[in-house]
Every structure is written in C-alpha cells, then in structure tokens.
Design a binder for this molecule. Structure first.
Ligand code: 5AD
Ligand code: SF4
Length: 452
C-alpha cells in the first residue's frame, strides 16, 4: 500500500461495546475526513476498515476475532488493498499478541492514542507488518481532536472523562483505559455549544466514571460534575442533560442535589451496583455496601420523586453463593429498576477475580435467567406506570412506520406518536396511551412546551 494522493478513500468503521466507543469512533471518522476518507456502510471495497473493540467480557472479544477472519478474506480478494486497524480496548490489552495472531492487521491503536491516527496511517503505508501504538501519552487526546465534528443529531454524546482508578476485581477498564482523567471545563462547554449549534437538544455526558469528573475550571479551580452541568444548563437551545456511567462512591451530595436544582438534568440515573451482597461487594473491591446504594437511591428519590433508576449486575462472581445471589434479588425487589443490564461473570485475563476459584457456568446461567426475569418484570411495571401520564417528549426523528414520529421520554423510553409533521428537535407534551415491550405509544397534546 503506497498511495499518498488525496483521492477519496472509503472508510468503514465497526464499533463494539460502550457509548464511549461510539463517541471515539465518531471522532476517529472526524480526524480522517480531512485526509479524504469518506465513510461507507459495508467493508467490501473499503480502503480502510477500523474495528473499534471492547474487552469487557469474553464474548465481546470473540466477536472481534471472528470479524477479523472475515476481513482477512476480503483483504485478500482486494489484492491486499485494505488497511485494517484494530482500535479500542482489545487493541490496548492484546497489542503485540493481536498483531501476531492476526498478521494481516496493519494498525493496532489503543484508546488513548487514536488522535495520532493520521500519523500512524502514514507509518503503516511505509512499513511492512503492524504499527502498534498502545501508549498512554502525556498529551490528552481530547486536546488533539478537530473542531469540525459531524453532527450526531438531536441526542448527542460527549466524552468528558476517561479511565478508572477503582480497580474492581472483575474489570479490565483500569488496565485498558488507564487512570482517571477529566477534560477541562472550557473544552467541554465549547464542544457542547458546537453540538447544540448542529441540532443537539439533549447531551449525554460520558465517562467510565463520569461522576468522578474533576475538570479544570476556567478559574483554575477543580470543578465537579454538578458544577459543570450547572454551567451547561445555561446553554440556550440545550434542553436535556444526562450523564453515564457512575459509581456509587462518587455520588456526592452536590450531584444528588443537582437532580433537584438543575432543571435540565433528567430524572434518570444509571448507577451500577453489581451485587446486593456485602460479601461479594467486598470481594469485588467495590468499597461500598448494599446499604450505601439504598441510601443514595432514597436520597435521589427524596429530592426528585420521579427519579428512575438503572443499574448493572454481575451473576456468578467468584465466591457468590445462593445466599449472596438472593441478596442481589432482594436489593432489586426493594429498589424497583426502570431498566438494568445484567451479565454473567466473565473472567478477564490479568484481573484479580480471574485467578480465584470460579462459580460453575450452569449456576451463573441459572442466576442470570432468574435475575433477568425479575428485571424484565420491573421494566414492564415501570413502563406501565407511565401510561396515562401527560409528559414532555423530545422528538428525534420519524418512526419505523409511515405517519409516525419518534422521540424519547424523560426516562429514556422511546415514544412513538402518530403524526404527519416532522417535529425533530422539538419537545411536546404527549399523553402516553400504551406501554409496548420496548417503547411507549402516545398522542400529541396541543400544548406548547419550552423546556423539559
Ligand atoms: N464479567 C461480566 N460483566 C462485567 N462487567 C465488567 N466486567 C465484567 C466481567 N468481567 C459489567 C459490569 C459493568 C458493565 C459495563 O459490564 O456490570 O458495570
Ligand atoms: Fe470497571 Fe469498576 Fe472502574 Fe467501573 S468502577 S470501570 S466496573 S473498575
């Protein structure tokens, strides 16, 4: 591969894993656009394919290797004219091993180094074998990203914090994403304003530990997430703010009160608790008890009575007995979740829990089924509780069927309304008439609404 001209080139990006990867993929696309790369929907015929990977559980990693197998064939069929880049957390964790196991890969780039992509691509053009960059550079990648991001739409995601210092026993994130780092307030506000100018009405602030945000403020002092969101609320045209993902130990009182005082902050929180058993929480190195989580939920619901909760759970962490699992079920029953994600524990290489005696696969499975049954029931109950309400909906585009428009509720539920006129970007009052398994249906009310 020796082309250096600026003729349009086809770029295909595959994204696995979390919202941060979705954001990173978009920014990589922004970085490559000035070099003549235009995105295409399929890998066939592409000049460059980026697989932005996830390492959180084994299944996510397996998907990457099966995808690489298919790309290898395609690359051969194209006479070698396809640059293949593996980015993200598998790239970070596997580095050299990945390059050896998949020698047709041209670039291996960790999540902290992707701002160097243009330079790395140039290197890959010159060099046989893979170019690997899994450094944690001293410069912040956020400072090196172009200002002309492509619009994301009415709902936009904005990365403000990366990395994790918590070292939960099961988790690879502290190893793949590195130490906690927060983006300066001015840079976040500038990007938020750009997003709003491009049509964003709702912004979700992203970070592996977003509520541990401690960014440099314009006055040189350190700002908390609550302070940052307070300032964001002043942005005209921005109607809704969310943040994800959070840790219970960083749920400070100012953040809890922000759910009462910041009118643009939505009454929905994703707060992973992982387990309801204090013994397992200790084994997980979570540094909080189940009751700490209960107290946070209670405080949140006290300051904001319509607060809906979401969480993550793991079944079958090493040491989990039937009684421990029962504690998790009890916590779920007591809390009542609007939404939740649950996973079977998956041993990750290099993490402390991976070297402990493991719970049997069938037991992990059975517990996951039981937990998911309860969580599904709670989601249905929550959705049903919204039926009959008159509530603001932010419209994001057209629905799946002609004559329908779609939006989202305050609590993140998709809402579908029969309506001919496009209301994209507008907030309107809707009477919710039905709860479907994964969405709500409603009718438009003839009421003007300025803010959420
Ligand atoms: N096995 C299963 N689930 C995991 N998670 C993180 N690491 C693992 C693992 N090794 C889950 C946690 C976390 C979510 C993003 O993924 O619940 O909150
Ligand atoms: Fe992983 Fe725990 Fe950090 Fe979350 S807080 S990213 S689960 S180590």
């Amino acid at each position: 591969m020796t082309t250096t001209d600026r003729t349009p080139r086809k770029l295909h990006v595959v994204t696995h894993g979390c919202q941060m990867n979705v954001y990173d993929s978009a920014r990589m696309t922004d970085l490559l656009r000035p070099l003549g790369y235009e995105t295409v929907a399929a890998p066939e015929g592409a000049d460059m394919v980026i697989i932005n990977t996830c390492h959180i559980r084994e299944r996510a990693e397996e998907k990457v290797f099966s995808q690489l197998g298919r790309l290898r064939k395609m690359k051969e069929e194209q006479g070698g004219n396809m640059m293949i880049a593996v980015t993200g957390c598998v790239a970070q964790a596997e580095g050299e091993v990945l390059a050896q196991r998949a020698p047709f890969v041209d670039l291996v780039v960790g999540p902290q180094a992707y701002h160097r992509l243009p330079e790395l691509i140039a290197q890959a053009h010159r060099k046989a074998g893979a170019v690997i960059d899994t450094d944690f550079p001293v410069e912040q990648k956020f400072d090196y990203l172009p200002d002309d991001a492509a619009p994301q739409g009415v709902v936009s995601f904005l990365s403000i914090q990366e990395g994790c210092d918590k070292f939960c026993s099961f988790c690879v994130v502290p190893y793949t994403r590195g130490a906690e780092a927060s983006r300066p307030v001015a840079s976040v506000l500038a990007e938020a304003k750009r997003m709003v100018a491009l049509g964003a009405r709702e912004i979700a602030l992203l970070g592996q530990n977003v509520n541990a945000y401690h960014g440099e403020g314009p006055d040189g002092s350190t700002w908390s997430l609550a302070q940052l969101m307070d300032k964001m609320a002043e942005i005209e045209g921005l109607e809704r703010i969310r943040y994800t993902t959070s840790h219970p130990n960083d749920m400070g009182e100012d953040l809890i009160l922000a759910h009462r005082d910041n009118i643009k902050l939505m009454p929905f929180l994703h707060l992973p608790v992982q387990s309801g058993s204090d013994k397992i929480l200790r084994a997980m190195n979570r540094k909080h008890k189940a009751d700490d989580f209960r107290r946070i939920v209670e405080r949140l619901r006290h300051v904001r009575p319509d607060m809906a909760m979401s969480s993550d759970f793991i079944t079958g962490h090493p040491g989990e007995t039937d009684a421990d699992f029962e504690e998790t079920m009890k916590l779920v029953r007591e809390t009542g979740f609007a939404l939740a994600y649950s996973f079977k524990y998956s041993p990750r290489p290099g993490t402390p829990a991976a070297s402990l005696p493991q719970v049997e696969e069938a037991v992990k499975d059975a517990r996951l089924q039981e937990l998911q049954g309860l969580l599904r029931e709670q989601q249905n109950t929550f959705n049903a509780s919204i039926v009959g309400l008159e509530t603001p909906v932010l419209f994001t585009g057209s629905g799946r069927h002609p004559g329908q428009i779609a939006g989202r509720s305050l609590w993140l539920q998709p809402v579908v309304v029969e309506h001919e006129t496009d209301l994209t970007g507008k907030i309107r009052m809707v009477k919710i008439t039905r709860a479907n398994p994964n969405s709500l249906s409603g009718t438009l009310l003839d009421k003007e609404l300025i803010a959420a």
